[in-house]
Design a protein around this ligand. Structure first.
Ligand SMILES: *Cc1c(COP(=O)(O)O)cnc(C)c1O
Length: 357
C-alpha cells in the first residue's frame, strides 16, 4: 500500500471507494469471470468519471497555491473539461476550458449536448478554439492562462486529461490501494485489469500503485488515442515521474519495468473519438446484458477489447478480470447517429485529417 493521503494533500471530490460488482450476464456469455469497478458512478459531481479521482490532488494543490481559476483543455465533447468545471464549481473557483476539435463528427448537436451542455450549465466557460489531439502544450491554452492573469485572476493550469502534470498520476496510484482493500473484503484477487487509456495518467497511476503490492497482476491499457506510440510515451513518462515523486516525499520506493506497461492498439480505430462497428456492438452488449452504459470514444473501445480478448481465450478460465469503468456516458447523446446505422461510421467521421504526425 502507498498510503498517499499521508504524503500529499487531497480535496475530497468523490464518493470513494467506488463500487465493485460482478458482471454476471457478461461473464456467462464470455466464459470468464468479469467484475466492474465503477469509477463512472463514484462522484456526485455531474456524472463523475476518472478525472475526479485525479483532480482531488490537483485541486488541493491549486487551493494551497492560492489559485482561483482552473484552466484546462480537451475535445469539444471532453469528459475531462466537464469534470474540471464541476470541481471548480464545488470549490468556489472559476474555470476556463479550451474545447478543441479533436475529431470531426457529423452531428448538428455535437457542440451543444452531452458534456459541453453540462459544462455550460455549471457556469463553466468553454472556449471553442483549436484543432488536433496532442498531449503537447497548446498556444490556445497559454492564451487562456494569460487572459485570466490580465483579468487579475490566479490561474491553475491543468493539462489535457489532467495527465502531464506532476500530480497527475496520484489519483490512480491511490486507486490501487482502494482495489487492494476491496479485494480483502471480497476475498478475491483480480488477475487482470482492463482499462481505457489515452492521455495516460490513469494507466500510469495504476502501474505505479499495483507495482507497490506484493502480488503481481496484468494491467492491460486499451489505447483510445489511436496512436499507440504517443500513448505509450505518455504512460511511461507519467509512471516513472509518479514513482519518483512518491519517493521524493518519503513514500515507498517502487521498482518499475517498462515491460509491465502493456498497451493494446487493436481497438482504437478508425480514429480518436470515432467508433468502429466493433465499438458499437460492444456498447450494445454491455447495455443489453448489464444496463451498463459505455461511450463511443473511450469505454466502448475498452469494452470491445475486453470482449474480444475473452473470446480469443486470452485469459485462463480460473482468472478474474476487473473492467475499470472510467465514465464518459454523457457523450452518448452526441453520437446518436452511430447507433442508427453503424455501417455508415466512416462517412460520419472526417477525423483522419486532424491526426497529429
Ligand atoms: C479521459 C478518459 C479516459 C482516458 O484516461 P486517461 O487518463 O486520459 O488515459 C478513458 N475513459 C474516459 C471516459 C475518459 O474520460
Amino acid at each position: 500500500m502507498l498510503k498517499l493521503d499521508t504524503l500529499f494533500p487531497r480535496k475530497s471530490l468523490g464518493f470513494f471507494p467506488s463500487p465493485i460488482h460482478k458482471l454476471s450476464r457478461m461473464s456467462d456469455v464470455l466464459g470468464v469471470e468479469i467484475w466492474a469497478k465503477r469509477d463512472d458512478v463514484s462522484s456526485g459531481l455531474a456524472f463523475g468519471g476518472n478525472k475526479i479521482r485525479k483532480l482531488e490532488w490537483l485541486v488541493a494543490d491549486a487551493i494551497a497555491k492560492g489559485c482561483d481559476t482552473l484552466v484546462s483543455i480537451g475535445n469539444i465533447q471532453s469528459n475531462h473539461t466537464r469534470q474540471v468545471t464541476a470541481a471548480a464549481a464545488v470549490s468556489g473557483m472559476k474555470s476556463y476550458t479550451i474545447q478543441e476539435v479533436w475529431t470531426e463528427w457529423d452531428d448538428p448537436v455535437y457542440d451543444r449536448v452531452g458534456n459541453i451542455l453540462l459544462t455550460r450549465l455549471m457556469g463553466g466557460n468553454p472556449i471553442l478554439d483549436g484543432y488536433g489531439y496532442s498531449t503537447c502544450i497548446k498556444n490556445t491554452w497559454e492564451k487562456a492562462l494569460e487572459m485570466v492573469r490580465k483579468q487579475g485572476g490566479k490561474p491553475y493550469p491543468i493539462p489535457a486529461g489532467g495527465s502531464d502534470h506532476p500530480l497527475g498520476g496520484l489519483g490512480y496510484a491511490n486507486f490501487a490501494d482502494e482495489v487492494y482493500l476491496q479485494e480483502q473484503q471480497l476475498g478475491i484477487f483480480f488477475d487482470t485489469i482492463i482499462v481505457a487509456t489515452c492521455t495516460g495518467s490513469t494507466q500510469a497511476g495504476m502501474v505505479v500503485g499495483f507495482a507497490a503490492q506484493p502480488k503481481k497482476r496484468r494491467i492491460i491499457g486499451i489505447d483510445t488515442a489511436d496512436d499507440v506510440a504517443m500513448t505509450r510515451r505518455a504512460v511511461t513518462k507519467i509512471a516513472y515521474a509518479t514513482a519518483d515523486l512518491i519517493l521524493s516525499k518519503g513514500g515507498k520506493k517502487i521498482d518499475l519495468s517498462e515491460s509491465e506497461i502493456e498497451i493494446n492498439p487493436n481497438y482504437s480505430g478508425p480514429a480518436y473519438g470515432i467508433p468502429s462497428e466493433k465499438t458499437i456492438s460492444a456498447i450494445r452488449m454491455a447495455a443489453e446484458l448489464e444496463a451498463m452504459l459505455t461511450d463511443p470514444v473511450y469505454e466502448g473501445k475498452s469494452m470491445a477489447g475486453m470482449c474480444d480478448l475473452c473470446q480469443k481465450k486470452e485469459f485462463p478460465s480460473n482468472h478474474k478480470v476487473l473492467y475499470v469503468h472510467l465514465g464518459g456516458a454523457p457523450a452518448l447523446n452526441a453520437y446518436y447517429k452511430a447507433f442508427e446505422d453503424p455501417a455508415n461510421l466512416t462517412k460520419l467521421a472526417r477525423a483522419a485529417r486532424y491526426k497529429e504526425t
